[in-house]
Design a protein around this ligand. Structure first.
Ligand code: IMP
Length: 430
């Protein structure tokens, strides 16, 4: 029987999923991305080298692992080719990559529109990555989108492209943006088809076949639960659902297969882009944590906002995504602080809230209810087991388990693959 593991971000993205997915990807027979696109930025460090991935699954470094870009993704083929080229330049040449024929295709007008919408919004902008993710998902749902499989049927692709351009050129024109010429786009995408067409297939078939064997399958989430289009801090969210709940739809499998979910959480919180952030820290402390954690966006290079660990968010995302274990990341970054805080509730207009409110207007009024814990001074980057951690560090982990109701299955004490303490027996076996 196959083993299925879902790894998701449980905060606002950038929790360190790259490292954890890489950790499991080394052991996985198949790694599947099921939502989002090249708005994700995964940094993976091993053998002294640093690699960054945007849309390609983390199993790409292992020649025996099948990497799948599922139908729930928005795939920018130009960026896939550039990512593959960069990997080639770094010596990664032996890999298996499959792209769903049903995945929505990010077209050049999507990033143009993403930028234009942000400009029009002025001060109330979302702070998107401007990769065209929102406009591509919008076109998918308005049924104006092109799909990766269309590239394999030139006549059908031409038909779909004409239909899309009829509407999109009108929209671009209205916004004062340059229009796209059918022939130019057609030729460019036929050239793209020549380069990656052999990777496009029915990936749902591929995954379902693997489910019936004893394969180890890793479903790799992108972004984080608080950026979920349904349950996140709307409208300051991405356009997909990073939850384990979107694995079945985004990979083309039955929901009955999902049984083990790791929620990746930083030992503190960060977010990029706009929107309320109840545990946000400012000043020297935020600066210190930002520098020690190298908290700058992988995709955009923007400095990340910093906050204390938010158990309100953690409980909420654990409930929504069925998180079985936390992978507690960047734990070493907290070493050296005199005190560390955990937010256990929100105080909002005289009320104590246990879950985040649905509107930004209420969320921006929330003040964190904090508990203070002793910090620890010891360097923990060489710790190999939970027992080797200082007492105050262990107490902090136990408190997170207590206030979230979810056990900590993994503690990360540094960026390298081997700086990973796996506490959970079940996860050790994957
Ligand atoms: P979009 O996904 O580019 O539309 O951006 C929408 C919001 O999600 C913005 O606040 C982005 O900064 C955020 N976002 C998108 N992808 C990521 C990610 O991988 N990590 C962190 N934030 C992200």
């Amino acid at each position: 029987m196959s083993e299925r593991l879902v790894v998701i971000g449980s905060q606002w993205g950038d929790e360190g999923k790259g490292k954890i997915t890489d950790y499991f990807a080394c052991r996985a027979d198949m790694v599947v991305r099921y939502q989002g696109g090249n708005n994700a930025g995964h940094t993976v460090v091993f053998d002294g080298h640093k690699y960054s991935l945007q849309s390609i699954p983390s199993g790409i470094f292992n020649p025996h692992t099948k990497n799948v870009m599922g139908n729930g993704m928005v795939v920018n083929p130009v960026s896939v080719i550039a990512e593959l080229q960069k990997l080639h330049d770094q010596g990664i040449t032996d890999y298996q990559l499959y792209i769903s024929n049903r995945a929505a295709m990010v077209m050049p007008w999507h990033s143009a529109l993403d930028g234009a919408y942000e400009n029009i919004k002025g001060k109330s902008l979302i702070g998107t990555t401007k990769k065209g993710i929102g406009p591509c998902y919008s076109d998918k749902y308005s049924r104006l989108g092109l799909r990766m499989g269309d590239l394999l049927e030139p006549e059908y692709f031409a038909e779909r492209l004409k239909a899309a351009l009829e509407v999109k050129n009108m929209e671009l024109d209205m916004l004062g943006l340059p229009k796209y010429d059918f022939k130019e786009v057609y030729d460019q995408y036929m050239e793209i088809a020549g380069k990656i067409g052999h990777m496009i297939c029915d990936t749902s078939d591929l995954i379902n076949e693997a489910l019936l064997t004893d394969a180890k399958i890793l479903f790799e989430g992108a972004q984080g639960m608080m950026l979920c289009i349904d349950h996140g801090t709307y409208p300051f969210v991405t356009s997909s659902t990073p939850s384990a709940a979107s694995v079945p739809v985004g990979a083309g499998i039955s929901p009955k297969w999902i049984d083990n979910v790791v929620g990746v959480a930083k030992s503190y919180c960060t977010r990029v882009g706009e929107g309320p952030f109840p545990t946000e820290l400012f000043g020297d402390l935020a600066h210190e944590i930002r520098e020690r954690g190298h908290e700058y966006g992988t995709v955009t290079g923007r400095p990340r906002r910093i906050g204390w660990f938010d158990a309100v968010v953690a409980r909420y995302t654990a409930r929504l995504a069925g998180i079985d274990n936390w992978a507690l990341m960047l734990f070493d970054v907290l070493s050296g602080l005199d005190k560390v805080m955990i937010c256990t509730g929100y105080e909002c207009e005289g009320e104590i809230l246990q879950t985040p409110p649905s509107t930004i207007s209420r969320l921006s009024k929330c003040k964190p209810v904090l508990i203070e814990m002793e910090g620890w001074k010891e360097d923990i980057t060489g710790a190999k087991s939970f027992d080797e951690l200082p007492a105050a560090a262990k107490a902090y982990i136990r408190k997170i388990e207590e206030v979230t109701g979810v056990p900590v299955g993994i503690v990360s004490v540094g960026p390298d693959r081997n700086q990973t303490i796996v506490v959970s027996e079940k996860l050790r076996e994957f």
